[in-house]
Structure formats: structure tokens, C-alpha cells
Design a protein around this ligand. Structure first.
Ligand SMILES: [Zn+2]
Length: 271
């Protein structure tokens, strides 16, 4: 059996057949219509703090690179999360094969080149990531848009290791301390809404927090993402339109249905 992926044969349009919730009414990503967002709704700034974070395993899942957190302390709270505390489990990215598309969320139809996801789970209400991922209120994901421009020094800790995990199933340890807060934009304006995982099983357990302002990575760093392969080293290269390249690994926007998107404006935000 061929697993899920991003080609025509196994891509997002085919997911609901295998994962019925993927056809639900609380799916992600979405197109954020900036003018339709609710402001002045009592939201405050997100409190995100990380210290001594080590990545126990940087792996190629065949769908993205994924940095699994091994040790250190993290705390995500406030904003739409109430008094619960969420902790960082992993982070990964979605990107295109060219710089004019690749993000999962879009803003008034505009795509960014890539989108970074910092995945947190609710430690106040659940006892494991797996339990939280399948439960309402279980996850909070920070979404950060990436554009191509200046190099991002912190991202080098990831991109310099990607040559060692070119194929699906390969993994390596990162010995450097990683500072996830370095991936957050300076201007902290965000949109928030109730959504889902953007990959199967597409559980509807995610409070999304999508930052409005992008960060930049260099063309070379983007090239390192695109150099990854979506298949195992001992497998034949897939004969599909992606030809085994790990690119175009984003799900297009899903319908909003009756959900509302709220906005928190950073004090630096211009009207
Ligand atoms: Zn993601």
C-alpha cells in the first residue's frame, strides 16, 4: 500500500478516503481573510519561552524534516490558550518547489515560500503528546511564514545537518542547543483559530497561532530543504510528478465554514 503524500495519487484530495476527519469542518490550513478577522476580542500577547532546548533527533519523515525535542524546558501560554501551559514537542516545515508558493496558510490568497510549524501540547490537561494530539484543546501550533532573503543563522543548525538525512527514514542528533524563539518574528501580531493537524490523521485538536509577519531564510537554506528525497535509500525513486523530491509538501487551504479568526495586534503594528 502506498501511504499518504503530496503527489496526485496520494495527495491532500485523497486523504479523506483514508482519514474521514480530513473532510471535516474544522480543518487546516485556511486562507486568512485579513479584513474579516475579529479584533479587540480581549486577546493578549503569546508568552513563549524556551531554554536549553536540544533536538534528540532530526529526521526525514518523507513528508518533511522534523526536529524532535529531547530535553530542555519550554512554555507556551496566554493569548488564546487561557491558563493552560503547552510544551514544545517538535518542529518541522512545509515548502514549495519555487519561492512563490509553499506555505500552508495563505493571507488573502497570498502564499509564502514556506511555513514553519512549532508543535506544542497541553501539559496542563494531558499526560502525553499522543493523548493531546487526539483531543480537543490538546495542541497549539505556532505557524511562521518564511520568505527568501537574508540567511537565518538559527536555521543553519537545521540546514547544515540535512545532507546527512537526504532520504526518508534517516535521522541524526543535533548537539547544539537550539533556540526556537529565534524563529519568531519581531512583530508578534498573530491570527488564531480552531483547526487541525495539516497532515494525516488530520485530528481537529489544534489551536492555531499564525504570525502575520514572515521571517527570512536564504536561497541556499531553501535549497537545502528542497534537496531532500521523499523515499527510502533502498527504494526506487517514485515515478510520479514529484520524481522523489521532497517538495510541494503543503496542504492547500480548506474551507473556513462557520469558524471565526481572531487577531491580536502587536503594539508595533501599523494600521
Ligand atoms: Zn506542519
Amino acid at each position: 500500500m502506498v501511504g499518504w503524500g503530496y503527489s496526485k495519487a496520494n495527495g491532500p484530495a485523497t486523504w479523506p478516503a483514508m482519514y474521514p476527519v480530513a473532510g471535516g469542518k474544522r480543518q487546516s490550513p485556511i486562507d486568512i481573510k485579513a479584513d474579516a478577522c475579529q479584533g479587540n476580542c480581549g486577546l493578549n500577547k503569546i508568552q513563549a519561552s524556551y531554554s536549553g532546548i536540544k533536538v534528540s533527533e532530526l529526521s526525514n519523515s518523507g513528508h518533511s524534516w522534523k526536529a524532535q525535542i529531547g530535553s530542555g524546558t519550554s512554555s507556551l501560554r496566554s493569548g488564546p490558550l487561557g491558563s493552560d501551559e503547552y510544551v514544545l514537542e517538535q518542529f518541522h516545515c512545509h515548502w514549495g518547489n519555487a519561492n512563490d508558493h509553499g506555505s500552508e496558510h495563505t493571507v488573502d490568497g497570498k502564499c509564502y515560500a514556506a511555513e514553519l510549524h512549532l508543535v506544542h501540547w497541553n501539559k496542563s490537561k494531558f499526560s502525553s503528546f499522543a493523548e493531546a494530539a487526539a483531543s480537543d484543546g490538546g495542541l497549539a501550533v505556532l505557524g511562521i511564514f518564511l520568505t527568501v532573503g537574508e540567511e537565518h543563522p538559527e536555521m543553519n543548525k537545521i540546514t547544515k545537518m540535512l545532507p546527512f538525512i537526504q532520504h526518508k527514514g534517516q535521522a541524526i542528533t543535533i548537539t547544539d542547543i537550539v533556540e526556537p524563539a529565534a524563529f519568531l518574528p519581531k512583530n508578534r501580531t498573530y491570527w488564531t483559530y480552531a483547526g487541525s493537524l495539516t497532515t494525516p490523521p488530520c485530528y481537529e485538536s489544534v489551536t492555531w497561532i499564525v504570525y502575520k509577519h514572515p521571517i527570512t531564510i536564504s536561497q541556499e537554506q531553501m535549497g537545502a530543504f528542497r534537496s531532500l528525497k521523499s523515499y527510502h535509500p533502498c527504494e526506487d525513486c517514485p515515478q510520479d510528478e514529484l520524481a522523489g523530491a521532497l517538495v510541494e509538501n503543503y496542504r492547500p487551504p480548506c474551507p473556513l465554514y462557520d469558524r471565526t479568526i481572531k487577531v491580536f495586534k502587536d503594539s508595533q503594528e501599523e494600521e
